[in-house]
Design a protein around this ligand. Structure first.
Ligand code: AMP
Length: 282
């Protein structure tokens, strides 16, 4: 596996591969790999000739009081994992090489960023769209794989790629979970033992609510109230940031559930802000 830090080197290598007729698959990440990241790599590996994984804790997608400086990392461990999952090139740039001091260009999909994480993290998706666009321009991949765990991010990137005619196929990978249902996340490392033991309630509540909707509950208000009450008893140490039922493509809240919806939550437990979601097909 080739490890590259310079953006121009990444661009050069990918251009060479494309000229040789090889297809490129891209998996953008912030590192501290777990099985969720590996599932993305495995998926991409099957769909391309050359697998490029990027490891960059992108500063522009973090707000002022967020965990940019504390974000967990394990570069050597990540290199081993990426290599053992068939990565051809790991791109791990310095912040200064990705953003010039006078960086002035931003990519934004405001319509899809008004709710869920976009509401609580106002700069987040502009940072994500900008860095992902830069990575697309550098690697020019034919496919790129993103996790459904960050459903809103996936929806925004799909829309951005469509609206800007970026020639890349976006692949969504289902959420990888612990045996007890907790979605894998690098931020799970922040949980104390007690918090970790309680955290599966996040998913359990969503599943119960989905069942209620499948059995005929059409009022999003009633379904959300149910989940709020459920979390109050099963996750008393958590503070709900949002708990919402939205259209899965447009990410706007739904009042009456008559078709597929996405139920999405963000809950702060101790030092971790955990997100999860469930697609409810009715
Ligand atoms: P991150 O390093 O957290 O920015 O995540 C990099 C990519 O991995 C994103 O596309 C995430 O949606 C995806 N991802 C993170 N956790 C999971 C998971 N548990 N299951 C599936 N994909 C995930």
């Amino acid at each position: 596996m080739n490890i590259i830090t310079a953006p121009t080197e990444l661009q050069k290598q990918c251009q060479t591969w494309r000229q040789e007729g090889l297809t490129i698959g891209l998996v953008p990440t912030m590192g501290f790999f777990h099985e969720g990241h590996m599932a993305l790599m495995d998926r991409a590996r099957k769909l391309c000739d050359k697998l490029v994984v990027t490891l960059f804790v992108n500063p522009t997608q973090f707000g002022e009081n967020e965990d940019l400086d504390k974000y967990p990392h394990d570069f050597d461990g990540d290199c081993e994992k990426a290599e053992s999952h068939g990565t051809d090139l790991l791109f791990a740039p310095e912040k200064s090489s990705m953003y010039d001091k006078d960086h002035a260009t931003w990519v934004n999909v405001p319509e899809l960023g008004k709710h869920l994480c976009g509401k609580s993290r106002p700069v987040h998706f502009t940072g994500v769209c900008t860095v992902v666009t830069k990575l697309f321009m550098l690697a020019q991949p034919q496919i790129a794989v993103f996790g459904q765990k960050d459903w809103q991010q996936l929806a925004i990137i799909r829309r951005m790629v469509r609206d800007l005619n970026i020639p890349v196929e976006i692949v969504g990978q289902p959420i990888v979970r612990e045996p007890d249902g907790l979605a894998l996340s690098s931020r799970n490392a922040y949980l104390t033992q007690e918090e970790r033991a309680a955290a599966p309630a996040l998913r359990k509540g969503l599943v119960k609510m989905a069942e209620m909707v499948k059995q005929g509950e059409q009022s999003a208000q009633a379904a959300k109230a149910f989940l709020q009450t459920d979390y109050a008893s099963t996750l008393p140490m958590g503070t709900v940031d949002y708990l919402e039922i939205v259209d899965p493509d447009d990410i706007v809240p739904v009042e009456t559930i008559t078709g597929p919806v996405l139920a999405a939550v963000a809950v702060v437990i101790g030092k971790a802000r955990l997100i999860d979601n469930i697609l409810i097909e009715v």
